[in-house]
Design a protein around this ligand. Structure first.
Ligand code: PLP
Length: 425
């Protein structure tokens, strides 16, 4: 059960956050607490001994929650020797092949090889690179409105969720299609002006993540597959956020009965991965990285996560609890409740109300993440129970009523530390 004992951030957390604000050159507004490494399941403690319930799963990258026994065993196993990080593309470690085997056991049969890399953005970066390499005449790629594919320049060029991410950065050539069924007309127009060989790839999130948890219609994804097949254009499904079981199937695109040519994965997998048919990968050396496939703990944990999802039949729990969660969200009359499995969201009236709700819930010990313009995503660990969902929903309901009281204005030290619910990724 949630237990918040201090104002947020608490005194121990403040010390760290203040230093971070001064020294960190990147994101200036982390959530207003500092993680301790204590916790269990869907709950974690901060440095001030506040106990939170996590409906955000480290932005979908912590699928089994805190201190899962079997994952701790792995960490222990690797704590006796160093390094734990090898130059894994050049110098082989057995954990690399073990993760590849496990990963390929849950992907489409035709996608029978994978390249391991450090992050989601790098997975996307390499997915687009392997497509470009196989298409000599390619001049540009295609992405969708409101997409988020990462922040390296290639992936960022295909990212259209927020102007903040892209302003003033140079881009690789690309075109944008609307994220709805009308994309077909726009695509056909493009195909009149360019030969299909000039198109390097189309990249899509079957469920958009950072852009607002927008779920494509089955028709849209199936039309996209048809048009890309007919024109022999590689289709990349970006599964960095939605893959690895989050939607109740191993890969989000399975919900649309479609097989892509390439998939990018990361987050819940612990390492980045490009998954495709062996034939799509270029000659040796054309893609590589020092650490890709070389972090022993990440590799071993990624493998064990897949094994545990299989063993504990967590896809069933994801589907069951996802349905229950949406039912409860609908019961408290939230707007536009949507989702697949445990990848869910709802809308607020506007950005301000959304941010207020994220902060108010956090003050009461529930961690949520925003997305899109005015949405909140709910992405708890796969092991969540009905009782834990109820605990979180009660806080959402109570906080929602509070922020809608006449004259409600957010205040308190929490506001100095938090970019008012805004978060990105
Ligand atoms: N692609 C999608 C769909 C994502 O949601 C993200 C991150 O949120 C990325 C790519 C980039 O991943 P990373 O932040 O690990 O670079």
């Amino acid at each position: 059960m949630i237990n918040i004992k201090t104002n947020l951030p608490g005194p121990r957390s403040i010390k760290i956050l203040e230093k971070l604000k001064k020294l960190n050159g990147g994101y200036f507004d982390p959530y207003p607490y500092v993680h301790s490494n204590k916790g269990k399941g869907c709950y974690f403690y901060d440095l001030d001994n506040n106990l939170f319930l996590d409906f955000a799963s480290q932005i979908a990258s912590n699928p089994l929650g805190y201190n899962h026994k079997e994952l701790i065993q792995i960490i222990k196993k690797y704590s006796r020797n160093s390094p734990v990080k090898y130059a894994g593309q050049d110098f082989a470690v057995k954990e690399h092949v073990e993760l590849l085997e496990e990963l390929l056991s849950i992907t489409f049969k035709d996608l029978n090889a994978a390249f391991l890399i450090n992050s989601g953005a790098e997975a996307v970066e390499n997915a687009i690179k392997i497509c470009m390499r196989s298409r000599e005449k390619a001049k540009f790629g295609i992405a969708f409105e409101k997409s988020f594919h990462g922040r390296t320049i290639g992936a960022l060029s295909l990212t259209h969720s927020k102007e903040l991410y892209t302003r003033d950065y140079l881009t690789i050539p690309n075109k944008t299609l609307p994220y709805n069924e009308n994309f077909v007309d726009e695509f056909k127009k493009l195909l009149k002006n360019y030969s299909s060989e000039e198109i390097a790839f189309v990249i899509v999130e079957p469920i958009q993540g950072e852009g607002g948890y927008n779920i494509a219609s089955k028709k849209m994804i199936q039309d996209l597959r048809k048009i890309t097949y007919e024109n022999n254009i590689p289709l990349i499904s970006d599964e960095v956020q939605s893959g690895m079981g989050r939607t109740g199937k191993w890969w989000a695109i399975e919900n649309f009965d479609v097989m892509p040519d390439v998939m990018s994965a990361a987050k819940a997998l612990q390492v980045g991965a490009v998954i495709a048919n062996r034939k799509m990968f270029p000659e040796s050396g054309a893609i590589s990285s020092t650490w890709g496939g070389g972090h022993l703990i990440d590799l071993a944990i990624g493998k064990r996560i897949i094994e545990i999802i299989k063993k504990e039949k967590l896809l069933d729990n994801i589907n069951k609890q996802g349905k229950y969660l949406r039912k409860r969200l609908n019961e408290i009359c939230l707007e536009n409740v949507r989702g697949l499995g445990l990848m869910n969201a709802f809308d607020l009236k506007n950005k301000e109300e959304r941010n207020n709700l994220v902060i108010e819930c956090l003050k009461n010990g529930l961690v949520l993440l925003g997305c899109g313009e005015k949405s909140i995503r709910i992405i708890p660990p796969y092991i969540i129970s009905e009782k834990e969902i109820d605990e979180g929903i009660n806080i959402i309901e109570m906080s929602y009523n509070k922020i809608n009281e006449n004259g409600f204005r957010h205040k308190g030290s929490i506001c100095n530390y938090m970019n008012c619910g805004e978060h990105s990724a």
